[in-house]
Design a protein around this ligand. Structure first.
Ligand SMILES: [Cu+2]
Length: 120
């Protein structure tokens, strides 16, 4: 009886260790995914795109969020991807990048606001 209990405890311990190991491996180094390679979020704030250049894997959906009190757009300089409508504060815009390349974009209201998505 005691040995069966010990066996159950041992199996449970192994399962927990495996789960923790998987969680640790899936956590990107550095924590906050916003500003590092591999993130997929661009904040729009203070009349700029942050990060200004975002590198993503092919197939990634990138989300822009307007944190400014002013309207902005995400408008591609050229290329196959659709541009956003006017984005008010708090609005989000998604684009799924399904082909490799470097895509420059800007805000159609404030052309000095520019950003780049690099799709690997
Ligand atoms: Cu703007």
């Amino acid at each position: 009886m005691d040995r069966r209990v010990l066996a159950v405890i041992a199996v449970a311990a192994v399962v927990i260790i495996v789960i923790v190991a998987i969680m640790v491996m899936q956590t990107p180094p550095g924590g906050n995914g916003n500003e590092q390679l591999g993130g997929n979020m661009v904040d729009i704030r203070d009349f700029s795109f942050d990060p200004g250049t975002l590198t993503v894997a092919n197939g990634t959906t990138v989300t822009w969020t307007n944190l400014d009190s002013f309207d902005h757009t995400v408008t591609f300089d050229n290329g196959p991807f659709i541009s956003s409508e006017l984005m008010s504060r708090g609005e989000m815009f998604n684009v799924t990048f399904d082909r490799s390349g470097t895509y420059n974009y800007h805000c159609s209201i404030h052309p000095s606001m520019t950003g780049t998505i690099v799709v690997e």
